[in-house]
Design a protein around this ligand. Structure first.
Ligand SMILES: [Zn+2]
Length: 172
């Protein structure tokens, strides 16, 4: 596969039935700072798995959902104050807008109880009411003769965003 061609693939390309590459790499911060936030083919294939296993089933149950942050290139991840080990860097994670706490709680429970995922966080910033869902999915690793499941299914309801990472809540 030609890496250069794929990097230049149109962002209108669909990753799954309802999610385009554009939705998973659009960022207001990237636009403001002139960062070209485009994944390579490995990250694109991870984003496809995230869509297929988590985002499509979630959309099917709750209707249209809005992704506030999907893939982040290293420059964008630094700009929004993301963790250096963030799964957003790998194309494994998405942040989902929550219209209100009740819907957010229902989405959290639905993912935790019905879907395969790696990490699920109901993230919030203490004091200001800003909250969102962070969910990730890791591809299975293949070693000779067997496939190793790598998803941890770690769900944390009350995840308070560390002070050092708070900028990302305000600048996706
Ligand atoms: Zn996130």
């Amino acid at each position: 596969m030609n890496r250069t061609n794929l990097r230049d693939a149109p962002v209108s390309r669909m990753l799954s039935e309802h999610f385009s590459l554009r939705e998973l790499c659009t960022s207001g911060t990237a636009v403001r700072l002139g960062i070209r936030n485009r994944p390579d083919e490995v990250a694109v294939s991870r984003l496809q798995l995230l869509c297929e296993h988590v985002l499509e089933p979630l959309r099917c149950r709750f209707g249209v959902i809005r992704i506030t942050s999907g893939y982040r290139c290293p420059q964008l991840n630094r700009a929004v104050g993301g963790s250096p080990r963030s799964q957003h860097l790998r194309g494994e994670a998405a942040d989902i807008h929550i219209s209100n706490i009740e819907v957010g709680q229902k989405m959290f429970r639905f993912i935790r109880e019905n879907l395969d995922f790696d990490q699920l966080l109901f993230e919030h910033i203490r004091g200001n009411g800003v909250c969102w869902l962070h969910v990730s999915y890791r591809p299975a690793e293949e070693s000779p003769g067997k496939i190793v499941r790598t998803n941890r299914r770690q769900a944390i309801y009350n995840y308070v965003v560390p002070p050092s990472l708070r900028r990302k809540a305000l600048a996706c």
